[in-house]
Design a protein around this ligand. Structure first.
Ligand SMILES: [Zn+2]
Length: 698
């Protein structure tokens, strides 16, 4: 995508000696000794006809070699700690709502495109990066609100507003945020760096995370990642507060982060573009008196970038890369990367909690060396136990107490983000000896579906991302699909334009706590249960007994798009083959292999988009409402499916509007739903009835 427009200003050839002076554009390249040597060989060949000339290249008045950063030379700090303990890092998302006096209106600073706006979209990354930095021990400073829902002066949640208003609300000196006589947009840009400079803390570096507004003109060409640093302050001084040379230090910092981000993103997007390592005069990188950069992570205007950028997994990878870039800039080869979150865990009837570490194929140092096990009894406080050199812990399960657990993995680099939750409850009050295994198989997050033809392209109508926990960046559906329509201004954004009706709302996605949600209902029914994630089902099989001793397996698929794995299917076959019972709900039943579904789940896929109203009626005339729009309260589904009974099973619920089967049951055997139960408004009610029907408790 990017190629530099280099101009040769002077050139001298004296025998075998060549001296070339170019404009500063050549600085934008990430120079290494290798690509400089290659350039010199080429210049010699062009001018002398052989590659042995002695070539000097000056960019402006500086030898090109000066622009090889320590990062590119492989020189990094040594002997520093592994983690970011005692480090102080300033981090901010870009833009935010501001008050525009001419319009007498609170408006976004950037265009509203592809279901988001940079003002909130950049926040998605920053809140993840912040948690990663803090988990590595750093103290993070941020001049925009914490993500609570308290309202700001705009009437929108505080976290939607620009830094200026956060500083105002926190009684920062007005000389930091009231600078441009009512031009609050300019105030907002400048106040960030001034505030960082005013802090009484040894700030190690300052990162402003932005997304660019460049359009590649099509839907497949990536714009990619640009790093911007500044070489002089407002008065033309070239030194940082600590006396170091701004250009050398800032270029090096920018290189570390841009290199890490590009390398890591190319593992999921091989075509990812590395743009300039650019020296430019922007106030967010100019004002801070400590090492600083602006990272333009991708272009929010470009469809090819946002195809990736709306996927929570991509955002996790990008955020982790930024954290790793900071870690390596500060700690060099001594850096230990914090572990990836544990994804697989199980709790057993005898109180044994087991889990598996998640291997990071990019980072050998990221293996966990210990674990923090969080345990909650009923709804009480969370208790923490540290576990070393093993991946299990035996809990003393008391009868009639609900136990909820999650794991955080740790190593010398810090702590991972948290695992999904598992839960267990053993009841001794009822005569029945039911034991349910709840399998939380809902382990996917993903972006929306896209389409493209020669004239129209964008997010497929009625398709939404499945977010990781929550997003603060979703603002409304795309409405403009016409490629030819160009951006005129931020209220007439052209191709990609979206509504703003959800701006300022948190949208719930996969909350990874479904075993607890199901467990609460089972506990009320006084039914004992244990729970696990899919790869841990096998841990319930004892060597000498091949069977599973459960009254029911409750398999949660949620909004997963992938089919059940072969391992999972063969374990379920063993269980169902011994007259076991299964409850399964999913809005991607069609992903399960049809012959297997027919044989073991007594149902087959019948129709897509099986309801619009979301109204469901059960055989016993109970009404349920399916949640089908992004919202702040609970999971929603946008792909409910119609089913067909097989093997003597019956229809147990209908989608009211489409008159199509919503659930299929076979007594003492199976109950299958074409939508996630967790997306039903009254989840507790529908789940209770499902359990009662399957276990014949009614
Ligand atoms: Zn920006």
């Amino acid at each position: 995508m990017w190629s530099p427009a280099v101009k040769v200003k002077n050139m001298r050839v004296n025998g075998n000696k060549i001296t070339i002076q170019t404009n500063k554009t050549l600085k934008d390249v990430r120079w290494t000794s290798g690509n400089i040597a290659e350039l010199k060989r080429k210049v010699s060949f062009w001018l002398l006809g052989h590659e042995q000339g002695k070539v000097t290249i000056q960019v402006g008045n500086t030898d090109i070699e000066s622009f090889v950063t320590n990062c590119a030379k492989g020189i990094s700090p040594t002997g520093k700690p592994h983690d970011l303990m005692d480090r102080h890092i300033a981090l901010y998302p870009s833009h935010g709502l501001y008050y525009n006096r001419q319009r007498d209106e609170w408006i976004w600073q950037r265009a509203t495109l592809w279901t988001t706006v940079e003002d909130l979209y950049s926040y998605e990354y920053v809140r993840l990066i912040r948690r990663m930095l803090e988990n590595a021990g750093a103290t993070v400073y941020m001049p925009r609100a914490d993500l609570d829902q308290s309202l700001g002066i705009s009437g929108m949640p505080q976290w939607t507003e620009g830094a200026r208003y956060w500083l105002m609300g926190h009684e920062a000196d007005s000389t930091l945020w009231n600078l441009y006589e009512g031009d609050e947009y300019k105030d907002d840009m400048k106040c960030r760096g001034l505030w960082i400079n005013s802090l009484d803390a040894p700030i190690d570096l300052c990162l402003a995370l932005h997304t660019d507004g460049i359009d590649s003109g099509d839907d497949t060409t990536i714009v990619g990642t640009l790093a911007i640093y500044t070489a002089k302050d407002d008065e033309g001084h070239k030194q940082l507060r600590d006396g170091r040379d701004r250009e050398t230090v800032n270029r090096n910092l920018a290189d570390w982060i841009q290199t890490q981000v590009t390398n890591d993103l190319r593992t999921i997007a091989p075509e990812w573009t590395r743009r300039q390592l650019k020296e430019a005069n922007y106030c967010e990188s100019r004002v801070p008196v400590m090492p600083s950069l602006i990272l333009e992570l991708l272009s929010h205007k470009n469809m090819a970038d946002m195809r990736y950028g709306l996927d929570p997994q991509f955002r996790f990878t990008a955020s982790r890369a930024v954290y790793k870039g900071i870690l390596r800039y500060l700690n060099g080869t001594n850096a230990v990367v914090q572990p990836l979150p544990v994804k697989e865990l199980a709790i057993h009837e005898d109180g044994l909690l087991q889990w598996k570490p998640t291997v990071d194929s990019l980072e050998p140092t990221a293996m966990p060396t210990y674990y923090m096990v969080y345990i909650q009894k009923n709804n009480g406080e969370w208790d923490v136990q540290q576990v070393e050199e093993t991946t299990e812990l035996r809990l003393e399960l008391q009868n009639n107490v609900m136990y909820n657990c999650y794991i955080v993995a740790g190593n010398d680099g810090g702590l991972s983000l948290r695992s999904p939750m598992v839960s267990a409850y053993l009841n001794d009050q009822t005569a029945n000896d039911q034991l349910v295994l709840v399998v939380d198989g809902f382990n996917e997050v993903y972006g929306p579906q896209w389409f493209a033809d020669s004239t129209h392209a964008g997010i497929a109508p009625n398709s939404y991302a499945c977010e990781d926990y929550i997003t603060c960046a979703y603002i409304g559906q795309q409405w403009n699909y016409t490629r030819a329509e160009e951006w005129k201004d931020d209220d007439n954004c052209g191709w990609g334009a979206c509504y703003r009706d959800h701006a300022g709302e948190l949208t719930v996605g996969n909350t990874h706590d479904y075993a607890v949600q199901h467990g609460r209902v089972l506990r009320r029914l006084k039914i004992s249960y244990v729970s696990c994630t899919p790869d841990m089902i096998a841990s319930y099989r004892k060597d000498d007994v091949p069977e599973f001793d459960f009254s029911l397996i409750d398999y949660i698929c949620g909004r997963n798009r992938q089919p059940l794995s072969e391992d999972t299917k063969s374990l379920l076959e063993i269980y169902l083959g011994q007259a076991g019972r299964i409850l399964l709900s999913t809005d991607h039943f069609s992903a399960i292999e049809p012959a297997w579904a027919k044989r073991y789940l007594n149902a087959s896929y019948y129709a897509a988009q099986a309801t619009r109203s979301g109204r469901i009626t059960s055989r016993r005339h109970r009404l349920y409402q399916l949640v089908m729009e992004p919202n702040t309260e609970q999971l929603f589904t946008c792909t409910p499916e119609g089913l067909k009974p097989e093997n003597g099973a019956v229809k147990t619920a209908t989608y009211e509007d489409m008159r199509c089967t919503a659930a299929v049951g076979k007594e003492q055997a199976s109950l299958v739903y074409g939508f996630p139960l967790e997306a039903v408004q009254d989840f507790d009610k529908i789940y209770k009835h499902a359990i009662e029907w399957l276990l014949s408790l009614q």
